[in-house]
Design a protein. Structure first.
Length: 221
């Protein structure tokens, strides 16, 4: 069924093709990346005239973080189809994620990736899941003590893949309140996967398993 929009100038109804959720998501990521680039340019223009070395150092740090965030969103908005190498797709994405989110907080990022092949849609869903979990770990895991490390692992297990995000922070009383957010749960469902969360005094571990080959969830657009 076509959707229509009223063209006020002509009075005629023109059919408008429905936009897929993946297309909208890619466009949002692209625009966020562009806005971050503009933010970095504006920040530099405003602060460059100041000759204070501390201001110059702070400007350089924040500019690097903004650039890294922009690169992260560009990678998240990748629109390639078909199959992707897990190493080729996730290594640069995790490098950008660690630089943009963890390094400014003094937290070490570690990535362990077993190379293989995944559907591009699986890579896209998993990238968003990992990004959300790493950001949540950076925000919540190390409040009681200094930052240490967040580790991301991705490996094949026969007919399934396992991805985990672990931190060595102080643990949380209610893991589902942090790692089981609706965003993550929805994306895990789109992968037809399952998620387990363990948390204690030695940190929090979120494990996600999903089958291959990819079978699109019938609830997806």
């Amino acid at each position: 069924m076509d959707s229509f929009v009223r063209r006020g100038d002509t009075g005629s109804d023109q059919p408008v093709a429905a936009l897929s959720e993946s297309f909208v998501l890619r466009e949002v990521h692209h625009r966020v990346a562009n806005m971050l680039t503009l933010l970095a340019i504006g920040l530099r223009r405003e602060l460059m005239p100041w000759r204070d070395t501390q201001i110059a150092g702070a400007l350089a740090r924040h500019e690097r973080q903004i650039v890294d965030l922009g690169e992260l969103y560009r990678l998240l908005g990748s629109s390639e189809n078909g199959e992707r190498s897990t190493e080729g797709y996730f290594r640069p994405l995790l490098d950008s994620l660690f630089r943009a989110v963890l390094e400014p907080m003094g937290i070490r990022g570690e990535a362990y990736i077993v190379d293989g092949v995944l559907d591009a849609r699986q890579c896209g869903h998993l990238a968003l899941i990992v990004t959300e979990l790493v950001i949540n770990a950076a925000k919540h895991a190390f409040r009681a003590r200094g930052g240490s490390a967040v580790r991301v692992s991705l490996a094949s297990m026969g007919t399934a893949w396992m991805c985990s995000v672990a931190d060595d922070g102080g643990g949380i009383a209610d893991p589902s309140a942090r790692s089981g957010s609706q965003i993550v749960a929805t994306l895990v469902g789109a992968l037809n996967g399952t998620m387990r969360i363990r948390s204690g005094g030695s940190g929090t571990l979120v494990s996600i398993a999903f089958p291959v080959p990819f079978v699109e969830n019938e609830n997806e657009s």
